[in-house]
Design a protein around this ligand. Structure first.
Ligand code: SF4
Length: 331
C-alpha cells in the first residue's frame, strides 16, 4: 500500500514505480478525501500495476474509484456510515464496471455488535463480520468479492482464514495487520502466510510493516519465494558465523547483498565464513566464496576460479556474476 498523499499524483506514481520494481503486483491507495478520489483517474491511467482504492467512511468515493478505472475497491463496511443504504447502488455500479469489491475486516475496526457478542476480535468474530458484509452484497446478486480478515496476531489470522476457507469460496487476501517494525513484522507475516499458503489458503497478500512500502514488498516477495510460489531473483546463502569465523561475515554478507541489489538475473550466491562448510555450500551455488586467512576462494558453478584478498571478494563476485549473466568465461 502506498504511503504518499494519494492526491499528490506524481509522488504516488513514483512510489508505485518503486514498489513495482521491487516486485509488487497490485497496489492499494488510500482514498480518505475528495482530493484523493479526484486523483484516481490520473493514477490508474499511468500506474504500471492494477490500483485498488481503499475506501473508509465515504460511500461516494466508491463510485468515484469505479469510474476512475480502479481494478478493485476495498471497503470496510464497519467504517462506512450508512453503508447498508448504499450497498445496492455500489453492487450495481461494480457489477456494471466488472470491478471486484474487497471486503476488509480489521480487528481494530470490528463492528461493535460483534465486539459485544464475542468480547474481542476473535477469529469467529472476524469471520462473522466478513461473511455478514459479503451477504449484504449477495442480497443484490453481487458475488465478485474478495475477503480479507486481519489481526496483529498471526495465529488469529491463521485461524480466521482457515474458518473463512471452510465457509466460503471467495478469494482471500492475507494480512497480519499492524505487524510491527520490519524485523518483527516480517517474521509474524512469514509465520502466518507460510502456514496458510502451504495449506492452499490465500490468493493475494500484503506484508504490513512500520517500514517503507518497498521493504514491505521485498518481505512479501521473500515469503513467496521461500514457499516456492514465486521464482527467486537473487538468493544469498550466508553462514551465521561461529568461533571458526575468519572474516567479518555479517559485514561481508551485507556488502554482497547491497552490491547485488536489483541484479536482474536469478543467482544463488554463497557467502561462507570458513572452510568447514564453506566449500560445500559455495560449490552448490552459482557463485560462492569460502573465506579463510584474510582471503576468499571464489567458486563458480562448483569450480574454484580464483583466490582473492578479503577486500576484493565483493568485487570478484560481482565480476563473475556479470560474466555469468553474459555467458562468458573467466579469463
Ligand atoms: Fe562457522 Fe564456518 Fe559454518 Fe560459518 S561456515 S558458521 S564460520 S563453521
Amino acid at each position: 500500500m502506498t504511503t504518499t498523499n494519494t492526491a499528490d499524483v506524481d509522488a504516488t506514481l513514483q512510489q508505485i514505480a518503486e514498489v513495482t520494481a521491487a516486485g509488487c503486483d497490485i497496489i492499494r491507495v488510500a482514498v480518505p478525501s475528495a482530493d484523493d478520489a479526484n486523483a484516481l483517474p490520473a493514477i490508474t491511467k499511468k500506474s504500471p500495476i492494477p490500483v485498488i482504492a481503499d475506501i473508509h467512511f465515504q460511500p461516494r468515493y466508491v463510485f468515484a474509484a469505479i469510474d476512475a478505472g480502479c481494478a478493485a475497491v476495498r471497503v470496510n463496511p464497519g467504517n462506512i456510515k450508512r453503508f447498508d443504504d448504499r450497498v445496492g447502488e455500489i453492487a450495481a455500479a461494480a457489477a456494471e464496471a466488472g470491478v471486484p469489491i474487497r471486503i476488509g475486516v480489521n480487528a481494530g475496526s470490528l463492528d461493535s455488535r460483534l465486539l459485544i457478542k464475542y468480547g474481542k476480535a476473535t477469529p469467529e468474530a472476524l469471520v462473522e463480520s466478513a461473511l455478514w458484509e459479503a451477504s449484504l452484497f449477495e442480497d443484490y446478486g453481487f458475488t465478485d468479492i474478495k475477503i480479507a480478515v486481519k489481526h496483529h496476531d498471526p495465529l488469529t489470522v491463521v485461524a480466521a482464514n482457515r474458518l473463512l476457507a471452510e465457509q466460503c469460496d471467495y478469494p482471500l487476501h492475507l494480512g497480519v495487520t499492524e505487524a510491527g517494525p520490519a524485523f518483527q513484522g516480517a517474521i509474524k507475516s512469514a509465520v502466518a502466510f507460510g502456514i496458510l499458503l502451504s495449506e492452499g489458503i490465500g490468493d493475494t497478500l500484503r506484508v504490513s510493516l512500520s517500514a517503507p512500502p518497498v521493504e514491505q514488498v521485498k518481505a512479501g516477495c521473500h515469503i513467496l519465494q521461500s514457499l516456492g510460489l514465486r521464482p527467486r531473483r537473487l538468493e544469498i546463502v550466508s553462514c551465521p558465523g561461529c568461533g571458526r569465523l575468519q572474516v567479518d561475515i555479517h559485514r561481508l554478507a551485507t556488502q554482497v547483498e547491497a552490491a547485488f541489489e536489483g541484479f536482474p538475473h536469478p543467482l544463488r550466491i554463497a557467502v561462507m565464513g570458513c572452510v568447514v562448510n564453506g566449500p560445500g555450500e559455495a560449490r552448490e551455488a552459482d557463485l560462492g566464496v569460502s573465506c579463510g586467512n584474510g582471503k576468499g576462494q571464489i567458486f563458480r558453478h562448483g569450480q574454484v576460479i580464483a583466490t582473492v584478498p578479503e577486500a576484493r571478494i565483493v568485487g570478484a563476485l560481482l565480476d563473475e556474476a556479470l560474466n555469468l549473466a553474459e555467458g562468458t568465461e573467466t579469463a
